[in-house]
Design a protein around this ligand. Structure first.
Ligand code: G6P
Length: 613
């Protein structure tokens, strides 16, 4: 987590840095800061709180300078206060640095540096790194770039850094390992950021720095990249496809609401050119070369975190049902530390919106070492996971800025359904009629979601009744069970109401004890194989005076009779119900959170891109 930015060129750096930090705020928002280099002077401003708090604090203070670095923080080492905020500096303000990641051996390094007379003010690992760089520079009389390189050879951990110094005012030095860093190339100017969103409005030409690479950006001599072992590397310049409008709220109160409403388009984009119901085919070009291996795999292991893990759980139903391949779905953070059995030829699918989640990345690297085939289902184009996997497909949801994942999830599920259908077809495990019906239903999804979104006002009305609850239960069976988990996660992360997702039948093994007249129970009770059983579960809740809010199939009168509230979704094949059933739960959480006065785009303690373990 944490977002970092940098600018060097002929424009005033400060507004560029602030705008960039606002774009990166999804990565962390407990404090923010900038360092501005003007002539031979470095001025650092930093403040606890959001980027706007920093701007208010700076007010009319001087913000001149054409070189600068900035940071928005998600605290790891030390409280989120002014002192621990970045940038950190050393050498009496000669060098300043911003950092995203964790320096794991900071304590040993700090001890050494303290012995050599260095004074530390913050509790951060980052301050140790900037002192180490300064110490090496002073001791060895080397350039800033060389001091950074030597220092990085001494640190263990993850970093994306940007360094500036009054002694070399025409340069910015950046480096990365495990945390992302992108460099935008303008006309005699350079933009640096944790992702491309702060860069896209200035230039479309970018270089994604690779692990253990150091970029030396010289205003007069351009960009040079060397490896941490000092081998020069040719920069690979890529063109950004991102559109600026996708980064703005476009009239919505929150990004989350905008992103919920973008789902018809996002889902359409996720299958556009990859599926044709009329001609009866699905083609996922990104995995075309691996179809044989996937179809012949003994098993598929899915690794992910958070909401993406829920998409993995839905995919377990898809691959087992449609392609008849055994699937295991793992939390990346557990998988990587469990010494799991991975056989050569196992297919490992990583699901990740950001493509940067530290645990997912580490789990992938481990699986690679053991000979697995790695596939990625990723949203952010060019992200690390998309680059280290053997093959994969982008979800094409477009930038998702609200911390709570919405359109990224439904497009992940859409793509995984397509993948399972394609493999099922190849293996002959899916009947032709079912395949065709799913193709038709898939193509109809965007318009069905449009229809569903028309219930938003009604969902808002229902939300009013539950905004003050302290607990909530979400129930579902079969592939709707992961949707119950996702519904509970959405509610707890943005409204801070304690919520649990449960398989509906498991309710009687524990959660039923919680049910009373104050407990809202959100149940996915759509038509399908488990329908009657779910209806019985609803009866059990009602018998204990619980409040039932049921997601039902349009036209269902049975559940309507028993439940306190029903929200209907358009009829579709059972396989695609998870996608439609998610949307009313997103809206319920959203409205409840807004009514409770929560900042739904930036919930407390969370960050969108979790680049630390
Ligand atoms: C964080 C985000 C979640 C996301 C999870 C996994 O917790 O707040 O929305 O689902 O990370 O992130 P990824 O980018 O790998 O999907």
């Amino acid at each position: 987590m944490c977002g970092i930015v940098g600018y060097i060129g002929n424009k005033k750096a400060y507004p560029i840095l602030i705008k960039g930090l606002s774009r990166l705020e999804y990565r962390g928002y407990d404090s923010a800061g900038v360092a501005l280099l003007n002539k031979d002077k470095l001025t650092i401003y930093k403040k606890q709180g959001k980027v706007q708090d920093l701007v208010n604090f700076i007010g009319d203070f001087t913000t001149d300078g054409h070189v600068g670095i900035g940071h928005t923080r998600w605290a790891t080492h030390g409280l989120p206060n002014d002192i621990n905020a970045h940038p950190h500096s050393a050498g009496k303000g000669k060098i300043a640095l911003v950092h995203n990641g964790i320096i794991e051996n900071y304590a040993i390094l700090k001890e050494e540096l303290v012995k050599r007379g260095h004074k530390f003010y913050s509790e951060t690992d980052t301050e140790v790194l900037v002192h180490l760089i300064e110490d090496i520079k002073e001791k060895s009389g080397v350039s800033l770039q060389e001091a950074v390189r030597i220092a990085l050879n001494e640190v263990i951990g993850a970093y994306a850094i940007v360094v500036t110094s009054t002694e070399e005012p025409d340069k910015l030095i950046c480096a990365k390992k495990s945390s992302p860093l992108v460099i935008g190339l303008g006309e005699d100017e350079y933009y640096i950021a944790s992702d491309a969103t702060p860069i896209v409005e200035y230039t479309k030409n970018v270089v994604y720095l690779e692990d253990e690479q150091i970029a030396i950006i010289d205003k007069n001599h351009g960009l040079k990249i060397v490896s941490i072992s000092n081998q020069e590397v040719n920069p690979y310049i890529q063109e950004l496809e991102m559109q600026l409008e996708t980064l703005e709220k476009g009239g919505y109160e929150y990004f989350m609401l905008k992103e919920i409403y973008e789902q018809p388009q996002a889902i359409h984009d996720s299958f556009r050119g990859r599926l044709n119901a009329k001609e009866g085919w699905i083609k996922l070009g990104g995995i075309a070369n691996y179809i044989e291996q996937i179809a012949n795999a003994d098993r598929i292991i899915i690794i992910a975190c958070g909401t993406s893990w829920h998409a993995g759980l839905v995919a377990e139903y898809y691959f087992e049902d449609l392609a008849r391949i055994p699937v295991e779905v793992e939390y990346a953070s557990e998988f990587r530390y469990r010494n799991p059995i991975i056989r050569k030829g196992d297919v490992v699918i990583a699901i990740s919106q950001s493509g940067e989640t530290a645990d997912t990345l580490a789990a992938l690297k481990m699986a690679k070492e053991k000979g697995a085939i790695l596939l990625g289902i990723v949203n952010v184009v060019g992200s690390t996971i998309s680059r280290i996997t053997d093959a994969g497909s982008y979800t094409h949801a477009g930038p998702e800025i609200g911390v709570a994942s919405t359109k990224a999830f439904t497009t992940q599920v859409t793509l995984l359904a397509m993948m399972a259908m394609m493999i099922g077809k190849k293996r002959g495990t899916i009947k032709e009629a079912k395949f065709q019906r799913l193709l038709d239903e898939m193509e109809a999804l965007p318009s069905k979601i449009e229809k569903l979104l028309e219930s938003d006002d009604y969902i808002k009305e229902i939300s009013k009744e539950y905004k003050d609850c302290t607990n909530a239960l979400f129930l579902g069976r079969g592939s709707a069970f992961p949707i119950a988990l996702e519904g509970a996660l959405k509610l707890k992360e943005i409204s801070y109401i304690h919520a649990e997702g449960y398989p509906a039948a498991e309710m009687k093994h524990g959660p039923i004890a919680l049910i009373d007249e104050n407990m809202p129970v959100f149940v996915i009770a759509t038509k399908g194989d488990n329908y009657e059983k779910v209806v019985s579960n609803i009866q059990e809740v009602k018998a204990r005076k619980g409040k039932v809010i049921a997601i039902i199939t349009k036209g269902d009168t049975v559940v309507k009779e028993i439940a306190d509230h029903t929200i209907h979704i358009p009829d579709t094949d059972e396989v695609l119900v998870p996608i439609l059933a998610t949307i009313p739960l997103q809206l319920l959480s959203y409205h409840i959170a807004v009514m409770r006065g929560c900042n739904v785009d930036q919930p407390r303690n969370l960050a969108k891109s979790v680049t630390v373990e």
